[in-house]
Structures are given as C-alpha cells and as structure tokens.
Design a protein around this ligand. Structure first.
Ligand code: NDP
Length: 256
C-alpha cells in the first residue's frame, strides 16, 4: 500500500461506539483498514454497525467490558481468529474519568480508574504482542491526554493513568522495536464527546477552557482521529515513542 493508505491493514480499536474511538474506527476504515471494535453496550454496537455497513466499511464488533481481565482475553481470541493470527494496528482508546478532589477518592474508585484506563491498555498490549509481531509492522496508538503532561483540575487519578500511558509509550517503543512494532500516544485537550458534554454544557467552565487555548475553541473527535490514522500509516514508520498533543496549543501556552 501507499504511504498515505491503510489498504489491507487490520486494526483493533477499543471503545468505538462514541467520541474519539468512533472517529478512529471511521477514519481507519475509510482509509482501507478492516477494523474490529468493542464496547459494553450491545444495542449501540448494533446501531453503529448498521451505519458502518451502509457506508461500505469493513467493521466487526464484540461486546466487552475492558476493565475485566477474562473479557480482554476473550476479545483477543476473537481478534486472532478474525485476522488469522496477525494484527497491524492496536488503538487503545477506552478511558474514563471521575473528577473529584484527591482527598475524596475511595479505594474502589482507585481500582476502577486503574483497571479501565491503565491495566486494560497494558494487558491488551501484552495480549496483542504476538499478533502485532506476526504482522511484521505493528503500530500501537494510545489515546492519552494532556492531563498526563501538565496538571489539569480534572482529578489526580485520571492524570496518573495518562502519565503512566505516556511512559509506557516510551518503554514499549524501545522494547518492541526489534519486533517491528512502533508505539505512540496522542494527547488531546478538551474534545466534544459524550465524556465531556456535561462539563462543557457549563458555559463558564467552557469559557475557562477556551481562554487557556490559543486556538480559542475545543476540539472535534475527527481532529484527533486524523493523527491516529497517520501514526498507523507507512508514512509514519520512523516515528516511535512519542506523545503528540492535539490541544489547540494549550500545553505551550505560558501566558497569552
Ligand atoms: P466517550 O466516553 O465519549 O467514549 C468512550 C468509548 O469507550 C465508548 O464507546 C464506550 O462505550 C467505550 N468504553 C468505555 N468504557 C469501556 C469499557 N470498560 N469497556 C469497553 N468499552 C468501554 O469517551 P471519549 O471519546 O471522550 O474518550 C476516549 C479516550 O480519549 C479516553 O481514553 C479519554 O480519556 C481520552 N481523552 C478524551 C478527551 C476528551 O476531551 N473527550 C480529552 C483527552 C483524552 P460504552 O460506555 O458503551 O462501553
């Protein structure tokens, strides 16, 4: 395939029914990839599948709660069967947030955040390693956050999981380079999705976000998925171990 194509590639994108994951599924499929995705809601997966089939995309789905270890194992068994023991692209997109002061987090909330945002992505990398290696040119992309790069008032647990993802990106880039696997992270600032719509409906809060953002607006899911797609393409084969912000300039704004 050409440098700007994903023709013939296979991809696993976690959490593809809404928001950033949905945009990633649609961009990868539109560029020619065959995509498998998952979420916890069967009905919503069914609705998406109908839309995707109507657009001619090659997409399959599984119902899976990625915070549960044996459901991750069964997901990867499905993927290995579907794609003949090989996988070109893994996009670790699933993540959520609980926003509260550090002094208020319970032990259960700590475990839930770690399982959903960090352990799931770590374990999926382990499980998909033989498949990515077998493809001869694997690409892992994590959806991290600017909250893993700078301190943002959206909860210390979320920030810790994203900071760990950014470090994991560097370690795997070095450890798995010999297996032909590249690893990169995309770190968005506020993007309009179901995760943030409640927060951004508060116009005072949105105003604060926008005032810190040089481009003076929040982002759209498609502005994240285009970078994800590039990081999976032959055109990016010398890029590994990087965390790239998609943030309207927020993280470089000292005082403007
Ligand atoms: P959404 O909540 O809008 O979408 C999340 C997707 O993941 C849905 O498809 C959801 O489906 C699925 N999902 C959530 N939990 C699980 C689970 N345990 N098992 C399987 N699927 C699950 O989120 P966004 O698109 O906003 O966020 C995607 C990623 O981007 C996250 O990692 C987030 O941290 C990151 N991000 C988002 C930003 C933003 O401003 N929106 C900014 C920076 C980073 P279902 O709930 O039905 O399972």
């Amino acid at each position: 395939p050409g440098r700007w194509s994903l023709q013939g590639k296979t991809a696993l994108v976690t959490g593809g029914t809404r928001g950033i994951g949905r945009a990633v599924v649609e961009d990868l499929a539109a560029l020619g990839a065959t995509v498998h995705t998952c979420s916890r809601k069967e009905a919503e997966l069914g609705e998406r599948l109908k839309e995707w089939e109507a657009r001619g995309f090659r997409v399959t789905t599984s119902v899976c709660d990625l915070s549960v270890r044996d459901q991750r194992e069964s997901l990867l068994r499905d993927v290995a069967d579907l794609f003949g023991g090989k996988l070109d692209i893994l996009v670790n997109n699933v993540g959520t947030n609980i926003r509260k002061p550090t002094t208020d987090f319970s032990a259960e909330e700590y475990s839930f955040m770690m399982a959903t945002n960090l352990e799931s992505a770590y374990h999926l990398c382990q499980l998909s390693h033989p498949l990515l290696k077998a493809s001869g040119s694997g690409s892992i992309v994590f959806i991290s956050s600017v909250c893993g790069l700078v301190a943002v008032c959206s909860g210390s647990l979320y920030a810790m999981t994203k900071g760990a993802i950014n470090q994991l990106t560097k370690n795997l880039a070095c450890e798995w380079a010999r297996d032909g696997i590249r690893t990169n992270s995309v770190a968005p600032w506020y993007i309009k999705t179901s995760l943030t719509e409640g927060l951004l409906a508060n116009k005072e809060f949105e105003g604060t976000v926008v005032s810190r953002t040089p481009l003076k607006r929040v982002g759209e899911p498609e502005e994240v998925s285009s970078l994800v797609a590039f990081l999976c393409m032959p055109g990016s084969t010398y890029i590994t171990g990087q965390t790239i912000s998609v943030d309207g300039g927020m993280t470089v704004n000292g005082l403007y």
